[in-house]
Design a binder for this molecule. Structure first.
Ligand code: MN
Ligand code: MN
Length: 479
């Protein structure tokens, strides 16, 4: 009898262990086949990331891939039936895509929504100047950055400019091996004594993020020969005049390509994982659909890093217009729109707000609650709420919606983890989820954990990327 009291049977021990939530490192038990698929998916992602550093490039490359798969502009369709594939560009900087399901759109749609803008430096409207025999661009940073991280790294110029005839021209300089790069200087340590005593948020001022763009004088220039040299170069090569910077949209981004990180290649370092590491699996999960049960939608938004404003941000009605058009063209032969039917369809819709989150970093353990943090290589993070200071500004997903999602992942053997961004009152952040929940749909944040988020070169785990893709696919196919 005594022995029975102190020693539990193996079976009951196993039952007790099942009571505990466990989130194992997914590299531990992965099969050879799954690992090969994970590595192959990572290669595709890196290649896409390298050609899609800006929101415009990500959208253009996605439309090109979508058209190859039979997607057409929704404008060209009078009615929509099961299996139809449509998209709508949101000002060239956001994108809506859908594969029509066999169930009517009025029964609700399944949405994956990511953002494709990333922190960077934008050019000021009048950016070119010279100082002490060198030419520079003035910049205005975009999104939350640690300014000192943007000095002394290779930078590239990406963007569009408009010539007098109104034509748009793409500019990408700094990505090819033979291209020049651009650069923001920092002070040598020998003379940096005073600078180094300043706070990290003060020692590189926003106004000092000036990019070196030239150092040769234009012969016979009437004034400012170093600036004149750059302006002549831009005029000869792109037909630009200085005033054209006002209409242009030019972004300065890190010139580095995405690279495998570590002897074992477990991780990828790259620019713009936030949020292209969720946008890419969202896009490919939609591309895997041929004739889904419910209509599946992939939403790529702009301006998330600065509050989702403007006509290309998630708060813009343009995204909703696409959903309205889906319903109208699917529910009626003449494309008539019924507002109440639409509101009910949206209330019956489900969305994963596919955005990255912080991965626990033992170097900075003090900002995280280790029991409620995402970790590298433990899979996609489900984040029931984001926000800051007492959940302020958050979309909080309802328990029944979370229960549905978790059971779909269980049925499809998809591992996941959970947590908050950081410790209570340590800081916070937001995503597009609150703006979409406002329309009445069920929304929860779910994405890839990131080390060094918002740095010029961020880190993710390949296995998290891979299982996030499988999770997004399972979600839109089964919710
Ligand atoms: Mn993000
Ligand atoms: Mn971000």
């Amino acid at each position: 009898m005594a022995e029975k009291k102190t020693k539990k049977s193996a079976k009951s021990k196993e039952k007790d262990n099942k009571l505990f939530a466990e989130f194992p490192n997914l590299y531990k038990d992965i099969s050879e086949d799954d690992l090969a698929s994970c590595m192959a998916y990572a290669e595709e992602y890196k290649a896409f990331l390298d050609i899609s550093k800006t929101e415009r490039e990500f959208v253009a490359n996605t439309i090109e891939a979508a058209e190859d798969l039979g997607f057409v502009d929704i404008e060209t369709k009078k009615t929509l039936k099961a299996g139809d594939k449509v998209y709508s560009s949101i000002k060239g900087k956001g994108l809506m895509m859908a594969v029509i399901g066999s169930q009517p759109v009025s029964t609700g749609v399944n949405i994956l929504g990511a953002h494709v803008d990333s922190p960077r430096l934008d050019l000021k409207p009048n950016p070119v100047y010279e100082d002490t025999e060198a030419a520079y661009f003035k910049t205005h940073y975009y999104g939350g950055i640690k300014k000192y991280q943007w000095t002394t790294i290779p930078l590239a110029i990406h963007g569009v400019v408009y010539t007098k005839d109104g034509e748009m021209h793409n500019i990408v300089i700094g990505e090819k091996e033979e291209d020049p790069i651009f650069y923001i200087t920092d002070l040598l340590p020998h003379l940096g004594g005073e600078q180094m005593t300043k706070k990290a948020n003060e020692f590189i001022a926003g106004e000092d993020l000036n990019v070196v763009i030239g150092g040769m004088p234009l012969k016979d220039a009437e004034k400012e020969p170093y600036k004149a040299y750059v302006l002549k170069y831009l005029n000869d090569n792109y037909g630009l005049e200085e005033k054209d910077f006002v209409t242009g949209e030019i972004e300065i981004v890190p010139a580095m390509k995405a690279r495998d990180l570590g002897f074992d290649r477990a991780f990828i370092a790259g620019y713009g994982h936030d949020d292209k590491v969720c946008a890419y699996p969202a896009v490919t999960a939609l591309f895997a659909q041929e004739r889904p049960h419910k209509t599946c939608v992939c939403m790529l938004t702009d301006k998330e890093e600065i509050g989702s404003y403007a006509n290309s941000g998630a708060q813009s009605v343009l995204y909703e217009n696409f959903l309205m058009e889906l319903l109208a063209k699917n529910s009626s032969k003449d494309g008539a729109f019924d507002l109440l039917l639409y509101r009910k369809a949206i209330a019956a819709s489900n969305m994963l707000s596919t955005d990255v989150s912080n991965a626990y970093d033992p170097k900075y353990a003090s900002v995280s609650d280790p029991r409620n943090s995402a970790y590298m290589s433990k899979g996609m993070k489900i984040e029931k709420y984001v926000g800051s200071r007492g959940k302020s500004g958050t979309n909080e997903a309802t328990g029944d919606f979370v229960a549905k999602i978790v059971s779909i992942f269980a049925q499809n053997n998809i591992p996941w983890q959970t947590g908050e961004l950081g410790k209570v009152d340590a800081g916070g952040g937001g995503t597009i989820s609150a703006y979409m929940a406002k329309h009445g749909m069920n929304v929860i944040d779910a994405g890839v954990p990131v080390w060094s988020m918002h740095a010029p070169y961020e880190v993710i785990s390949k296995i998290d990327l891979y299982y996030t893709y499988l999770a997004y696919k399972a979600f839109i196919e089964n919710i």
